[in-house]
Design a binder for this molecule. Structure first.
Ligand code: ADP
Length: 724
């Protein structure tokens, strides 16, 4: 099994460039080195050979990791009177950068660089697997840099893979800025190129600095200004543009898509006629019967009418042709409520706001149809995402969420909208009590002001990548570990919640964060393994070789069970399940990258998993049990509710999985027009919000497949409201 490599396998890339200055009795020397997010600059005030003062700047270091370590590193440098410091554990890259910058500042900076001509290759570990580069140098220049092999996610790292090699050649240095949103990939390429340059006999320390500098401030305006180019922001943009408004989107990273592009891509939308095209799966009638047996009084008053309609629909369906699949908008509403109903650790109950939940479910199918008018194509299949609770998932023709970007981004361009990439919104501008624009900053430090003639839409996603924020609010898990992974793209740091609450916006449900059980144990990614397209084919086995949970359970149940079973578990498949999973996972590729373990027999698979005799016996018995469940359509041990394929034909597969932070269900309080509400319940003039930045819909547990529905439905509503 492969080794862990999520943390950056990069020695900080040094880039000394000492610049001396002097005043009465002291001299100032300064140098930079590559930290995690960009340059870390050290300025030393010297009295003779003694470091009197040390100032360290690293604005692009992760605030909670490297950024938090700067003050301590500063003290260490002064105390050690040089670069011989311990560093700060957990902030290795920043610490190394500080050491190298101090060394460079004390010892002189960039100089002549010469190479032994030739072509050199080297690899460094990227986000998903090793990245290999080939570098051709003449005696005096870097002639060519090529990434020859990688497995990075193109929808996140595409710009970095193209831009970083070209910029290294153009600037003749690896001391360049990271591509925002693809820092790991950028640093990986730089590390591998530095390796090649070192092989060519060059001193990397002597390379010149090529960091970008801020340009002149930019001022722009549009009718609607949108923060975030994920699913919500892009669907808001297209809608506003279709309404005739002009639109500017500010996107922090270098690529559109946000979490929407790296998610499973499934969009839940209930349509009775569409569902009836598909056959029932064994076990599903039992779930319908469970809802039919409930009572209206089991539901809050505002949900009761929909429940009664659903009950009648189910009774009619069960009395008729039960070979076809059933669904309805009311079923979607009731399930979203029912599986989101949870209690906090303080015993406080939370459930979705009826207006928001019913709007989402009613507008889901019109949104699917709207996407089709834009060119979206679907597979002829209905699926149930992890924790989806029912097969109502529409699956785009392209894998994961790529289709949404492929359809929405060009449409924005075609309709005259603009996306300003690598531009981070930092503050909302308020004029006479109304939100009238956004202040932002480009990755190179250029200040940007965008005025909104009509309104601003906050579509900046959640805060899954902001663990301190998660822990500050969490009142559900209670014990989220510091080393938990995250399935999200890097931009999800809760900026929108900070910006809007600074104006008095209210939040709701911030105590509830979704953990995704089936994430990669190393990278936290969702699909670096063999993941079946529908949960009927999920077979989850713990480290004792035993089943431990209903494989179709809600996401919080799956994650809690996984944590109770030691965190790491295995997703099992045979060749038929593997072939059936091709849309999400190419099993040959997953096996080659060692994300998935393959064996000809179940016994051999158990051996490869390191199972002892007892664990192997457990494993074989578990597979026998699950195959019996498929035959009989029931799961007496764990209550699995849908069954499809058996595990019977080799080769067999096991993909290691572990819970990771996935979705932050709380956020800004909005109404069904997507107006952002203040703490008194009044709409904040000029400010709308949509998508994961909002709370109130999923409550304590989000149903799998509802995130894209939420983002796109409310994105459209926000775009419509904001442009009127
Ligand atoms: P949703 O599903 O709600 O659309 P996504 O995660 O798909 O959420 O998209 C949110 C987008 O917002 C991401 O692309 C993220 O990089 C971007 N973003 C987050 N914070 C900011 C910010 N301060 N300025 C600009 N863009 C931001």
């Amino acid at each position: 099994m492969k080794k862990f490599f999520t943390t950056l396998a990069v020695a900080a890339m040094l880039c000394g460039c000492a610049s001396p200055a002097s005043s009465a009795g002291t001299t100032t020397v300064s140098a930079s080195a590559d930290g995690f997010g960009g340059p870390v600059t050290v300025t030393l005030t010297m009295a003779g050979d003694t470091i009197k003062d040390c100032v360290i700047e690293g604005k692009d270091e992760t605030p909670t990791v490297g950024g938090a370590a700067l003050e301590e590193l500063q003290k260490q440098v002064i105390a050690a009177n040089g670069a011989d410091i311990d560093g700060v554990s957990g902030a290795t890259v920043t610490s190394t950068a500080v050491k190298e910058a101090v060394k460079a500042a004390l010892g002189g900076g960039a100089g002549e660089v010469s190479y032994t001509p030739g072509t050199y290759t080297a690899s460094a570990m990227g986000r998903n697997a090793a990245v290999t580069v080939s570098v051709t140098v003449s005696e005096t220049a870097i002639e060519k840099v090529e990434v020859t092999d990688h497995a990075e996610t193109m929808s996140v790292a595409g710009v970095a893979l193209e831009r970083v090699p070209a910029e290294i050649v153009a600037k003749q240095t690896t001391k360049i800025d990271s591509v925002t949103g693809a820092t790991v990939t950028t640093n990986t390429i730089k590390t591998a190129v530095n390796d090649c340059l070192t092989q060519a006999g060059a001193s990397v320390a002597a390379l010149p600095e090529g960091y970008a500098v801020a340009g002149e401030a930019i001022e722009a305006s549009a009718d609607v200004v949108i923060i975030g180019a994920g699913g919500a922001g892009m669907s808001a943009a297209v809608t506003a543009l279709q309404n005739g408004a002009s639109v500017i989107i500010l996107e922090k990273t270098s690529m559109a898509g946000g979490n929407t592009v790296v998610c499973g891509g499934v969009i839940n939308a209930a349509d009775t006629e569409w569902a009836a095209k598909y056959d029932v799966q064994t076990g599903e009638d039992a779930t319908l019967q469970m809802f039919a047996d409930m009572k209206a009084e089991d539901f809050p008053e505002e949900y009761q009418a929909d429940f009664l309609t659903l009950q009648a629909q189910i009774k009619e369906h069960l009395a008729g042709d039960t070979s076809i699949h059933f669904d309805s908008v009311e079923y979607h509403i009731i399930q979203t409520y029912y599986y989101g109903l949870r209690k906090s650790l303080d015993d406080e109950t939370i459930y979705g706001d009826y207006n928001l939940v019913s709007t989402m479910c009613k507008e889901a199918m019109p949104t699917v149809n709207w996407l089709e008018t834009l060119g979206m194509e679907w597979q002829d299949v209905v699926t149930q995402a992890t924790g989806g609770m029912w097969r109502r998932g529409h699956n785009p023709s392209m894998p994961k969420g790529e289709s949404y970007v492929a359809v929405l981004e060009p449409k924005i361009e075609e309709l005259g909208g603009e996306i300003m990439f690598e531009t981070k919104a930092e503050e909302l501008i308020v004029t006479d009590g109304k939100v009238t624009g956004v202040k932002a900053v480009k990755a190179d430090g250029t200040e940007v002001t965008v005025n909104a003639n009509k309104s601003v839409i906050m579509a900046s996603g959640g805060y899954g990548q902001n663990l301190p924020m998660i822990k500050e609010y969490d009142n559900y898990w209670g014990n989220i570990s510091d080393d938990i992974g995250c399935t999200n793209v890097s931009g999800e740091t809760g900026d929108g919640i900070v910006m809007a609450t600074a104006l008095g916006a209210d939040t709701t449900g911030m105590e509830f964060v979704q953990l995704m059980a089936i994430a990669d144990p190393e990278s936290g990614d969702l699909f670096t393994g063999l993941v079946p397209q529908s949960t009927a084919n999920y077979i989850l086995i713990n480290q004792e070789g035993k089943r431990f949970v209903n494989d179709c359970a809600p996401r919080d149940v799956l994650a809690a069970a996984a944590i109770d079973n030691g965190g790491l578990f295995y997703m099992i498949a045979d060749i038929n399940i593997a072939e059936n999973s091709r849309w999400l996972s190419n099993w040959e590729e997953q096996v080659e990258r060692e994300n998935t373990i393959m064996a000809d027999t179940l016994e051999e698979l158990a051996e490869k998993l390191g199972f002892n005799e007892e664990q192997t016996a457990n494993f074989l018995a578990s597979i026998e049990e699950i195959n019996k469940c498929v035959d009989e359509g029931t799961d007496p041990a764990f209550g699995k509710t849908a069954f499809d394929l058996k595990v019977e034909e080799g080769p067999f597969f096991a993909s290691p999985r572990k819970p990771a932070v996935h979705h932050t269900m709380g956020g800004l309080k909005i109404n069904d027009k997507c107006e952002v509400l203040d703490t008194e319940g009044n709409a904040i003039s000029g400010l709308f919000a949509a998508g994961e930045v909002c709370g109130g819909i999923h409550a304590g547990n989000r149903v799998g497949g509802n995130a894209v529905t939420d983002a796109l439905v409310f994105g459209r509503i926000a775009g419509d409201s904001a442009s009127k």
